[in-house]
Design a protein around this ligand. Structure first.
Ligand code: XMP
Length: 524
């Protein structure tokens, strides 16, 4: 199927912009791939991409002072000579201008760092009608992408939209279908969505033939063909990706799928039972739950450093999984829930954004014939859609991210059973109240943390207690790379704090974390 769908290419100069562009492209039912700027015109022609998007920007070292690309950064200029429509955003629009010999201006002496400055709101006026801007009206509001605005354009380009002092905010070489947008995809999503739709269909003539229903059929057939009569093994964590792989592979392989669920003891309240219920009882999956709580806690005794804890849990997880894999001597394939953002993040050549810290970094040398990754081409939203098509419950498909090392990350200091149990109870109260108040699905991520701080308070009976402090965290985020603190209603927070302190004897104080990311991280 992946050979049959029409593909478009995203050339990524770095940073999160590609994610936004890719999401919009997929929303239009078009399949896209992200590559680094080292891709050549010949490779693009050979793969048969129907359109090219240029987006993102390198770190400041990669730029010239006028916001163009430094000579050392590779980019094959021949790409502009291909007969393929090109749409370039912000920094990449400047690269396009530079290579086509337009000019970029730097106002004043505002130089390095300016790309990260607050963007100004602009009133954009359309000066020439074009298919690219259909549906946007005569004017719209957008944001400039940097102070390095485009000052002049080469002769073959035409200005399509302007803003005050920015005569070439959007311009295009209309005969070649090359467009430069001096806009940030991140800030102007509605505008960008419309432009991408206009570009893909009416301009580039790309077929909207990427549908999850078709992918599901393809993935089932592919798994059946690759596995034949052989058996496959999967580490099910209960996260979205491994759950969708489990449901998919179960439909394709039935009893030839063996899922192992390692319960490391760091799951939330009742979560292991819930996962078992869904997969074993309801769906009849061949699932083994390994109760390894004691084993993990034993390894963590006396360990307080968070990185050390993650490392120990990761290693122990592999050890437990290996033992289970060896015990099943008829398994030939290992299934993994790798998704496309994992592939991009682990390096398409651009700067690495986030290192992988999932527990599921499984060894490939347990003697498997091959590792199968049926979600590899998919973005998170597509994985969720596939999960829905496979009949997984919404609560599972729409889960918030949960760290592989689980609550161990949210239990500061040494991970002891009583402390984890206390955290589980507090976290449960917090979630229950937020969900009752209608916040489920409306906040990016929320959870409780048990800190190392003890403080004085009184019990319900009025006796002094010197007990633990629970911190509550709730953040609004879409990409999890930046996050704003959720402004939860004060009354609700107070109610939750009161419930936690009165219902849990081991907690004498509750605090709310008001740190944005950056500089704080989401997890503690
Ligand atoms: P941070 O704390 O880096 O978190 O701001 C960003 C997102 O990643 C999740 N996270 C993890 N996920 N294993 C995971 O699978 C981990 O060790 C881990 N640490 C953080 C976090 O919940 C947030 O959504």
């Amino acid at each position: 199927m992946l050979n049959q769908v029409e593909k478009v290419l995203i050339i990524d100069f770095g940073g999160p912009e590609k994610t936004i562009v890719a999401r919009e492209i997929r929303e239009s039912h078009v399949f896209s791939e992200v590559k680094s700027p080292t891709i050549t015109a010949a490779e693009i022609r050979q793969t048969g991409y129907k359109a090219v998007f240029l987006c993102g920007r390198p770190t400041l070292e990669g730029m010239t002072k006028s916001g163009g690309v430094r000579p050392g950064i590779p980019f094959d200029k021949e790409i502009f000579a291909l007969d393929i429509p090109i749409l370039a955003f912000s920094f990449a629009a400047r690269v396009m201008m530079q290579l086509k010999r337009g000019q970029v201006a730097i106002p004043g002496d505002n130089e390095d760092g300016a790309w990260d400055a607050e963007s100004e709101e602009l009133k954009v006026e359309i000066v020439k009608e074009d298919k690219l801007l259909a549906g946007l009206g005569q004017s719209f509001v957008a944001h400039s992408s940097s102070p390095y605005f485009i000052k002049s354009i080469p002769a073959e380009m035409t200005g399509l939209a302007r803003a005050e002092n920015m005569p070439y905010l959007i311009s295009g070489d209309l005969s070649r279908h090359h467009y430069a947008l001096d806009l940030q995809a991140k800030l102007d999503q509605q505008v960008v969505r419309q432009i991408i739709q206009n570009f893909l269909g009416p301009i580039a003539g790309v077929k909207a033939d990427w549908r999850m229903e078709d992918y599901l059929e393809f993935a089932l057939k592919d798994l059946r063909e690759r596995c034949g009569d052989k058996h496959a093994l999967l580490a099910l964590s209960g996260g979205v990706d491994s759950s969708v792989v489990a449901a998919l592979a179960h439909r394709a392989l039935g009893d030839k799928l063996h899922a192992v669920f390692v319960d490391h003891g760091f799951m939330r309240l009742n979560e292991p039972q819930w996962i078992e219920e869904i997969f074993r009882k309801e769906r009849g999956l061949n699932l083994k739950r390994v109760d390894a709580e004691e084993r993990f806690l034993g390894k963590l005794a006396g360990v307080t450093d968070p990185e050390q804890k993650r490392k120990i849990i990761g290693e122990e997880f592999i050890r437990v999984f290996e033992e289970e894999a060896r015990a099943l001597d008829n398994v030939d394939f290992l299934l993994q829930g790798t998704i496309y953002p994992d592939v991009i993040e682990s390096g398409i050549g651009a700067k690495k954004v986030k290192s992988h810290h999932n527990v599921g970094g499984l060894p490939e040398d347990i003697g498997f014939e091959a590792v199968l990754e049926p979600l590899r081409p998919l973005y998170k939203e597509e994985v969720r859609e596939l999960g829905r098509l496979l009949g997984l419950p919404e609560d599972l498909v729409n889960r918030q991210p949960f760290p592989g090392p689980g609550l161990a990350v949210r239990c500061l200091g040494e991970c002891r059973k009583e402390k984890l149990d206390l955290l589980r109870e507090a976290d449960h109260i917090y979630r229950e109240e937020l969900e009752k108040a209608g916040f489920k699905g409306k906040i990016g991520q929320y959870f409780a943390v048990i800190t190392e701080a003890k403080s004085v308070g009184t019990t319900q009976g009025g006796e002094r207690r010197y007990a633990d402090t629970i911190a509550l965290r709730a953040v609004e985020t879409t990409d999890f790379m930046t996050a704003k603190v959720s402004r939860l209603p004060w009354d609700l927070l107070e109610h939750i704090a009161t419930r936690i302190i009165t219902e849990l004897e081991g907690v004498s104080r509750v605090v709310y974390d008001i740190s944005p990311k950056p500089p704080a991280t989401i997890e503690w």
